[in-house]
Design a protein. Structure first.
Length: 729
């Protein structure tokens, strides 16, 4: 299979470069190794047309349509190659092969016009159910929805595993997906199928269809799915083959609404990428507080309510109130995370995706509706539970999690205290601040965010997810799919003006690699101070604003980390002229002077700082080290004695105090300091790293070797003791 993939890549590379003739040669070579009669006949037709065009060109004939015909030929070669690639992918993936076969098990080709009529009939039949007697309506409803669900599953699989579309197929599908006479639930499901197919192999007709649905649909849920679909389906490699892709995008970007929605989508994608990090925050920092401060305990027989302890109330009258306050703070922190865009439910629901309901791929994408035949048994069981009804209709969950919650509810309901079950039945329990108001739930941003959560769960948790291009994989390629703002399709477009907003979010969430890729797409007209600050080209930023504090401060830190202390000192001097008396700049300048061995000037600054801020341990720390370097060891020793007795002592304090004691000739005291430095996590080699500094202060090679031996003896003894403590006897 590797050889096949390599051959296809060679064909693709020539197409990507716009070389139709070379692509035909590579395709011819491929078919000699992997013959297929039908494909061979199509290739021969393409080859004949290419040869005819080339002959006219060689003869010097003028043809004003040559460029157009050449590009059409290039596209037809791509379609032929893409269909081969789709077939190979299906053949190599048993899951997709089965999905393909199940969708075509009738043996007759899918007639989309007939399918549209059947989908419209379904809507009419659902409406007619209202006329049925109540005692027969329920069973007829279930039967109708079950048959329709099977049809939609088959159509979903058909679209997902389809070959490259013809223009007529695209037109029919687009009409199906925007028609007001077809159920919006079906339209949303099918849009997702088209998206998956497009992401796995670019198809200009599928791309054009999703763009058309995005522009034309009157249902916001359908429209937002189409937006996500065409965005994730963008392929920069198609620039030569399909210039139409860029033309479609440029036409869309004439609308400020589209630009705003794309910006929101990109930011939401970044928040979606943080789902697992947010889950760790909840599990490690928030949930322990909630569990420790709630009024229930988990037992073998279920969840029991904890009675208040009268003795505890007497001894600690404020304890109950403090627990409640901590509980509220934990919930509020989770609510704040949710409001900022965090996916706070991913971790809790990730295990519930193992239910049989999710064995069917279409169920990962179907919008939540109570008539879904696969959840009928659960709906019947809890249809009079007001809490569940409110949660499923108004809860801040994505569609996938709503299905999970309904199915999982049966497993926990009987373990809850009776008082809680009754409160749920009456609808007294609720989501509180976590439930958004109904008007917010209808906004494009809210709808889109929930759909992204559905997608994230699918691409992270679906057992056969490897069969698909994962847009949430940061390491899949040089340009991750989720970072679509970096696409060349958006360069030099009205969307450029919205890119700084996205860069700020990337910077905040520490997506530095993607941020730099996006900055590289900025036009020259946007290369301002902020741009160069993001690029960390501080000298360039200072050419725009010589007194920009952020640029000066950042450049000074950069100079310092590179050991360029004179340059760093100059920047800190400039900063102090602009901001006289600022402690951090004075302290950093003093450190630069110490590294330049200008101790007298450094001490002037440090004495002033220490006088004005006598309780600042950082100033004392730098002052003590400067005195040590300058040979004022007794003064330094007094400061170190003060530092190591404080609550803010660090391992570095013991290291530097060890040098001071060593220079004073107090060898045992120095050894004790170094030993304490190691105990607090210090690096053994750090003590003897700067031997030149020691030489200049009278410490010889022999002194260093003797100290090394003494320190290592302590270290070996400590390691031996640790090993003996680990023995099982």
């Amino acid at each position: 299979m590797g050889a096949i993939d390599t051959s296809l890549q060679r064909i693709y590379a020539q197409l990507r470069a716009g070389n139709a003739g070379l692509a035909i040669m590579e395709l011819d070579t491929y078919l000699m190794a992997w013959p297929n009669q039908q494909t061979r006949e199509k290739l021969e037709t393409l080859k004949s047309e290419y040869d005819l065009m080339a002959d006219y060109w060689i003869q010097g004939a003028t043809d004003p349509e040559r460029d157009t015909q050449y590009n059409k030929l290039l596209q037809r070669i791509y379609v032929l190659m893409a269909n081969i690639a789709i077939h190979r992918h299906l053949s190599a993936t048993s899951f997709l092969q089965q999905l393909h076969n199940n969708a075509r098990q009738t043996g007759r080709p899918m007639n989309l016009e007939e399918t549209r009529q059947e989908m419209e009939n379904f809507v009419s039949e659902v409406a007619m159910l209202e006329l049925e007697p109540e005692h027969t309506r329920k069973q007829k409803t279930l039967t109708l929805y079950k048959a329709h669900q099977q049809q939609m599953n088959q159509l979903f699989g058909f679209l997902l595993t389809s070959n490259m579309w013809t223009d007529s197929t695209g037109r029919v599908l687009e009409e199906i997906l925007v028609s007001p006479t077809i159920d919006a639930v079906d339209q949303q499901l099918l849009v997702s199928a088209v998206m998956l197919s497009l992401m796995n192999r670019f198809d200009i007709v599928k791309f054009r269809t999703l763009v058309g649905v995005y522009r034309r649909s009157t249902d916001e849920h359908v429209r937002q799915r189409a937006l996500v679909g065409w965005v994730l389906g963008i392929d920069d490699d198609m620039r030569q083959i399909y210039p139409e892709q860029r033309a479609l995008v440029e036409e869309l970007l004439k609308s400020k609404r589209v630009c705003n929605e794309l910006t929101e989508l990109q930011i939401q994608m970044i928040y979606t990428m943080d789902a697992e990090k947010d889950t760790n925050t909840i599990n490690n920092e928030i949930m322990p507080d909630i569990i420790n401060n709630q009024n229930f305990r988990v037992t073998r027989n279920g969840i029991e309510e904890v009675e208040d302890d009268p003795l505890e109330d007497a001894l600690h009258p404020d304890a109950s109130e403090q627990r409640m306050e901590k509980l509220e703070q934990s919930f509020q922190r989770m609510i704040d995370m949710q409001r900022k865009g965090a996916d706070i439910f991913y971790g809790g629901f990730s295990q519930t995706k193992r239910f049989p309901f999710f064995y069917d791929i279409s169920n990962w994408f179907v919008p939540f509706f109570l008539q879904h035949p696969d959840i009928a048994q659960f709906v019947d069981k809890y249809e009079d539970n007001r809490f569940l009804e409110s949660l499923l209709s108004k809860g801040p969950f994505c569609n996938s999690d709503k299905y999970s919650f309904l199915i999982a509810f049966q497993q926990v309901i009987n373990q809850l205290p009776e008082s809680v079950r009754q409160a749920m039945k009456r609808g007294e329990a609720g989501m509180g601040e976590m439930a958004p108001d109904e008007s917010k739930q209808q906004t494009a941003a809210y709808i889109r965010r929930n759909y992204l959560m559905d997608l994230y769960r699918f691409f992270r948790l679906f057992p056969n997810r490897q069969a698909f291009i994962n847009p949430f994989d940061r390491h899949a390629s040089y340009l991750p799919v989720f970072c679509f703002f970096c696409s060349s399709q958006f360069v030099n477009t009205p969307l450029d003006a919205y890119k700084p907003e996205v860069v700020r979010v990337m910077n905040k969430h520490r997506y530095f690699s993607e941020m730099n890729q996006l900055l590289d797409t900025f036009p020259d007209s946007m290369h301002d101070v902020q741009y160069y600050l993001w690029k960390e080209d501080f000298s360039a930023a200072l050419q725009f604003e010589p007194d920009n504090e952020r640029a000066l401060s950042a450049r000074a830190r950069s100079f310092f980390s590179d050991g360029m202390y004179e340059e760093a000192d100059e920047d800190y001097e400039r900063l102090l002229l602009l901001h006289p008396g600022k402690i951090s700049y004075m302290l950093n300048k003093a450190i630069c002077l110490v590294n330049l061995e200008e101790y007298e000037d450094a001490l002037k600054l440090l004495y002033q700082l220490n006088y004005e801020h006598e309780d600042d341990v950082n100033i004392q720390r730098v002052l003590a080290w400067t005195l040590t370097c300058d040979g004022k060891l007794e003064q330094a020793d007094k400061l170190y004695q003060k530092l190591i007795s404080s609550d803010s002592v660090t391992s570095e304090d013991y290291l530097n105090m060890g040098y001071c004691q060593w220079l004073l000739g107090n060898i045992k005291e120095a050894d004790a300091c170094f030993d304490q430095y190691y105990t607090l996590g210090g690096d053994y080699y750090e003590v003897f790293r700067n031997q030149e500094w020691l030489y200049h202060r009278g410490i010889t090679d022999t002194d260093i070797r003797l100290m090394q031996a003494m320190v290592m003896q302590h270290d070996s003894a400590r390691r031996a003791e640790e090993r003996s403590n680990d023995l099982p006897f």
